[in-house]
Design a binder for this molecule. Structure first.
Ligand code: NAP
Length: 457
């Protein structure tokens, strides 16, 4: 029987779902899958993008783990695509590759002052609080007033992880250095800015409600933002999700703390709507000193137009949570404008033409951009996998498709890769570090230590 030797680059949900779907799919050939991951641990965004206090979403790991534990997928962690293994190598040893490398950088925002000291991308902060091995261990949390740009779930994650008291994270898997950093935070006020109104937000009700449940944090909303136009009223009336969001926000309007008058908490989380960022003002040292925003108003169709009125909010740090962006991969076409690999339903297209590149596929955020919840990645993977199955005639013809060949190659290059047994070792190690303190786990952060524990060295 014909065999498909498939390489998948990226062991996040997108890569693991694609492997699972292919292995379960009706097909007329055998499959053997090698999953390459640049980090020493699998699960991508679930491990390094979902906030530590969201164990429900982290629970997706259980399903992903079940797929890996079935034993028909080989994991090669700590292997960097483009350095430790290249597209040329993959062509020598596989019939096809799926890129599932996600989107981990921040979209840029072209406004004056955005490069100021203490102006950060949300993705970097998220990587820090999730213990990503490749970001600095220290994060300066010396600002009292902090701004967060954007009205998506990432903005709420960032706002919550700035406003929440460090002690309330102790039950989670928060890394020790992150706990220490958050404990030293000087924050008193977190200001979230959305460029449209409450009926046009991208975040979801559960995540919004959670903000109101933070201990010793008052929610502050502003009456002037709730003067709904017809389009907003329609959205509230016709969309269940918007309706719930509106209800939550309205409940905060009724509280004493509205407009900051009378709240008793030591920290406040302000939601500003109709605020389009215009400029970041800096002090003489070049550090963030204020955000200038233009007050916007509804355009009647769910959008916003400027009013010309400029406002300034003093801040000492700013986080932009206005979307993620994919990163280019060596030798693989890249669409610089959208931050994705150009593709048609997951079939990767050559750089300057619409021609399909045989054997090369994409799935997840690097395929469709950083939108949608983790579960949406499944339908995405189905589409890509369907094409791989149907494209059998155009797969690569590797010179050495044996399973040993890639192991020999990595060995020859001195790559210290981690495998599934190694991941189990690291997983158990982290859980055992947490157990005496009744914590879910304590994440190991330094890459060398992750590799050492995984490899049992
Ligand atoms: P998102 O949902 O697309 O939200 C991006 C936000 O940034 C929007 O409010 C957008 O406003 C705003 N924005 C974009 N460009 C802007 C600009 N130039 N100036 C000001 N604001 C700007 O993206 P995300 O928050 O990065 O989330 C990505 C995906 O991950 C989403 O599907 C999200 O639900 C998911 N996620 C889920 C969770 C969870 O379930 N707890 C947690 C994190 C992320 P406009 O709407 O006006 O464009």
């Amino acid at each position: 029987m014909t065999k498909l030797r498939l390489a998948i680059v990226g062991a996040g949900p997108a890569g693991i779902y694609a492997a699972d779907i292919l292995l379960k799919a009706e097909r007329k050939f055998d499959v053997s899958i090698d999953l390459f991951e640049q980090l020493p641990a699998p699960y991508g965004l679930v491990r390094y993008g979902v906030a530590p206090d969201h164990p429900r979403i982290k629970g997706i790991i259980t399903a992903l783990r079940d797929v890996l534990d079935r034993g028909d997928i080989r994991l090669f962690g700590n292997v960097r695509f483009g350095e430790d293994i290249t597209l040329e190598d993959l062509k020598k040893h596989y019939n096809a590759v799926i890129f599932a490398t996600g989107a981990i950088r921040d979209t840029t925002l072209e406004i004056p002052g955005i490069d100021a000291v203490a102006s950060y991308g949300a993705a970097d902060y998220v990587s820090w609080f999730d213990g990503h091995p490749d970001v600095p261990r220290e994060w300066p949390l010396d600002a009292a007033s902090v701004g967060v740009l954007g009205n998506g779930n990432v903005a709420l994650d960032v706002a919550r992880m700035l406003a929440k008291h460090a002690e309330d994270l102790l039950v989670t898997e928060v890394p020790e250095n992150v706990y220490q950093g958050l404990q030293a935070s000087q924050v008193t006020d977190v200001h979230v800015f959305g460029r449209r109104g409450p009926a046009q937000v991208k975040f979801t009700p559960l995540e919004l409600r959670e903000l109101g449940e933070l201990r010793d944090v008052d929610m502050v909303v502003y009456d002037e933002d709730f003067d709904y136009d017809e389009a907003s009223k329609d959205a509230v009336a016709s969309n269940k999700q918007v309706m719930v969001i509106d209800r939550i926000l309205q409940s905060w309007r009724k509280r004493d703390s509205v407009n900051n008058a009378g709240g008793t908490a030591s920290r406040r989380l302000h939601l500003h709507f109709w605020a389009r960022p215009v400029e970041v003002r800096t002090d003489e040292s070049g550090r963030v000193a204020a955000l200038v925003y233009e007050r916007t108003q509804p355009d009647g169709q769910g959008g916003a137009v400027g009013t010309g009125e400029m406002r300034e909010v003093p801040l000492q740090a700013l986080y932009r949570a206005i979307g993620y962006f994919g990163s280019p991969l060596p030798g693989v076409p890249f669409d610089k404008k959208h931050g994705v690999i150009p593709n048609r339903e997951g079939q990767v297209l050559a750089k300057d033409s619409n021609q399909q590149l045989p054997g090369v596929y994409a799935t997840g955020w690097i395929k469709r951009g950083p939108v949608g919840l983790i579960g949406h990645t499944k339908s995405d993977a189905m589409e890509t996998v369907r094409h791989i199955i149907n494209d059998q005639g155009s797969w690569w013809h590797p010179e050495d498709p044996s399973e040993d060949a890639v192991v020999a190659l990595l060995q020859e290059r001195g790559v210290k890769w981690t495998d599934l047994d190694g991941w189990h070792r690291l997983d158990e190690h982290e859980i055992s570090l947490g157990a005496p303190h009744e914590r879910a786990r304590v994440k190991v952060v330094p890459r060398e230590e992750m590799v050492r524990v995984s490899r049992g060295e």
